[in-house]
Ligand binder design. Structure first.
Ligand SMILES: [Zn+2]
Length: 164
């Protein structure tokens, strides 16, 4: 905090120095050079502080593990799949719903498991619950993508890393 305040004060003095420089007298040039020196010193301190703070923020692989477990704990029930409303014809003759084109709506959950397609009837009463489950599944998927980036970064900075 103290360093930031010093930088702000130096900015004010720097503005003043620029103003004085416009008058182009020897005294103001001296002030300008002194202020410029302090300005670069302040920038150097700020950069060092930034690097120290950022290096402390780097995660370890176990930090990423704890983060993922904490986030994923709130995402149950979770599933991947596609919930859709289908309209199918029935086998009854002279069915009004089928003749009108309305047909018979039903909710179906579909997806793939190891390359094989599955399709499952979902009673209408369960649709909100299944939809919530699928929303969690997508959130979990996003979480795993984020985990990929964080984990690889953590591995790169881990002290035991075999990177050259
Ligand atoms: Zn029908």
């Amino acid at each position: 905090m103290r360093r930031i305040q010093v930088t702000e004060q130096l900015w004010d003095v720097n503005d003043l120095a620029s103003f004085c420089c416009e008058k182009q007298n020897a005294a103001s040039n001296q002030v300008f050079h002194a202020v410029r020196g302090y300005f670069f010193l302040a920038m150097y301190i700020w950069c060092v502080t930034y690097i120290v703070v950022m290096s402390n923020k780097l995660e370890s692989p176990s930090d990423v593990q704890r983060w993922l477990q904490a986030k994923a704990a709130n995402l149950w029930p979770a599933a991947l799949g596609s919930l859709s409303l289908r309209r199918t014809r029935c086998i009854r003759k002279n069915c009004r719903a089928c003749q009108s084109g309305e047909k018979h709506p039903s909710w179906v959950l579909s997806g793939h498991i190891q390359g094989k397609r599955f399709s499952l009837y979902v009673p209408e009463a369960l649709v909100p619950e299944v939809q919530h489950c699928l929303d969690n599944g997508r959130a979990l998927q996003e979480l795993l993508f984020a985990s990929a980036v964080r984990y690889v970064k953590a591995l790169k900075h881990a002290p035991t890393s075999s990177n050259p």
